[in-house]
Write a protein that binds this ligand. Structure first.
Ligand code: IMP
Length: 445
């Protein structure tokens, strides 16, 4: 059995809580894309762990796998593992040998390119996390990347670096007119990254991901695929160019781990939905609350109450009403079999609640998103107003179950479920992991 967890909006939907909740029934938790641009907080026995790369399952005695679709910064990985060990944990983390490695020059180039875009035209700025994600995937597609398997052999590592580093140096110096630093020192890179390779070998961490997962599945184990980021920042299905450089959508679970799409498709694919919208970084957002002072007040209230500040970068997130065309697109692209709706409590106590039911574009009503970002930016939301619901004791609601959710909030959930034609499996009603209303466990479906 597999369960794939996908962010259905712009990232930060609170996937971690559901990965935690249902991951208890998984034996292996696999990340299939992205790198240390994702951030999640795991609370275990009252202890809080902030992680950006180590899969949360690895903190809970599961095997945590970083699949071939990931890009891995070994500096981040090992510092997270070391920090967990210092706190008495022994995380079992495996890395696909086919996954690509984020090198120091990738991080440098990520920042240089964002600055170059800002100098050329502010509209070009993506607002990346500056972790070197894009430049690493560029090198993967350009067939000049360094893979985890290369770290295990210093000669191969040196050979690859001797080809690629002079190109990066020339880019930094001749194209951008800056000075290259130690990120382009081949000897230092070989030394540092060979040491990472030694640790990988010593701790038996490097795997052939597809083989590994096939063996675990043959042994009857449950696998959870954990998507990072969200559908609208998917490089193919998102708001290009304001996207990350990988596929958070469910297709990525197959290509990014080495199982067949049929394996993913035979399991459950659960879309995680935040009850409103938040966005970190640039790009259109038709339902953004920014038109007048009243909107700004609402946005500030939701931002503060929902803790809407970037986990990795600390940036305040932009806030908007739920966007149904976006969710219809997400449900179709990933083939959701169910959804979990988070942060329902954040909307409690507001004196108005709206949802972007459709868009208006050149006089036409549209139920899904246009394919180009410029057209999407021209869409005006057609808003549907909902009855508001009061602040209640959400811990009690979580204990009592779905019927204890205020009626107006149930109507909101039922509207979502009907529009997307999928059941609601869980509802997040507070920041604490226990504040979740369970309706169904996808591993039991
Ligand atoms: P990158 O992934 O660092 O290249 O950033 C590309 C875009 O994706 C930027 O708009 C980032 O803010 C956004 N992004 C990357 N990771 C996350 C995430 O985990 N949550 C939300 N947005 C993200």
């Amino acid at each position: 059995m597999t369960v794939t967890i996908v962010g259905s909006q712009l990232g930060d939907e609170g996937k971690g809580a559901l990965v935690d909740l249902w991951g208890g029934d998984a034996d292996v938790v696999v990340r299939y894309q992205g790198g240390d641009n994702a951030g999640h907080t795991v609370v275990e026995d009252g202890e809080e762990y902030k992680l950006s790369l180590v899969p949360s399952g690895a903190v809970r005695d599961k095997v945590g796998v970083l699949g071939n679709g990931c890009v891995i910064n070994p500096r981040t990985l090992f510092s997270e593992i070391d920090a967990l060990r210092e706190r008495g944990l022994e995380p079992d983390v495996r890395l696909a040998k086919r996954a690509h490695v984020i090198m120091p020059y990738h991080r440098r180039l990520d920042n240089i390119e964002e600055e170059a875009k800002a100098d050329s035209d502010e509209d070009l700025v993506v607002g990346t996390t500056g972790r070197g994600i894009g430049p690493t995937y560029e090198d993967k597609a350009g067939r000049r990347g360094i893979r985890v398997g290369d770290l295990l052999d210093p000669e191969i590592l040196r050979k690859r670096l001797e080809y690629v580093v002079p190109q990066k140096k020339a880019l930094i110096e001749d194209v951008y007119g800056l000075e290259a630093g130690e990120e382009c020192d081949i000897d230092a890179l070989v030394e540092e990254f060979t040491e990472f390779g030694r640790r990988l070998r010593e701790d038996d961490m490097a795997i052939n991901c597809g083989d590994f997962l096939a063996e675990r599945r043959e042994a009857g184990e449950n696998v959870m695929f954990e998507g990072a980021q969200g559908t609208l920042i998917d490089i193919d299905h998102g708001s290009y160019p304001y996207v990350t450089s990988s596929n958070p959508t469910a297709g990525g679970a197959a290509t990014g781990s080495g199982v067949g799409p049929t394996v993913v498709g035979q399991g459950e694919v659960v879309g995680i939905v935040k009850a409103y919208l938040s966005r970190v970084g640039e790009g259109p957002m038709p339902t953004e609350l920014k038109n007048d002072e009243r909107d700004e007040e609402l946005a500030d209230f939701i931002r503060e109450k929902g803790g809407e500040f970037g986990t990795v970068t600390g940036r305040p997130r932009r806030i908007g009403w739920l966007d149904m065309p976006m969710l219809r697109h997400a449900a179709r692209v990933s083939g959701f079999t169910g959804i979990a709706v988070n942060h329902l409590d954040v909307l409690a106590g507001l004196d108005e609640i709206k949802v972007g039911h459709a868009y208006e574009l050149e006089g036409d009503e549209r139920l899904t998103m246009p394919a180009t970002t410029e057209r999407w930016d021209e869409c005006e939301p057609i808003l549907k107003e909902f009855d508001t619901w009061p602040e209640v004791d959400w811990t009690e609601v979580a204990e009592e179950g779905y019927d204890a959710i205020p009626d107006a909030a149930q109507d909101y959930l039922e509207y979502l479920s009907d529009e997307l034609d999928v059941p609601v499996y869980a509802v997040g009603v507070g920041p604490d992991r226990a504040q979740t209303v369970h309706l169904a466990n996808p591993f039991d479906q």
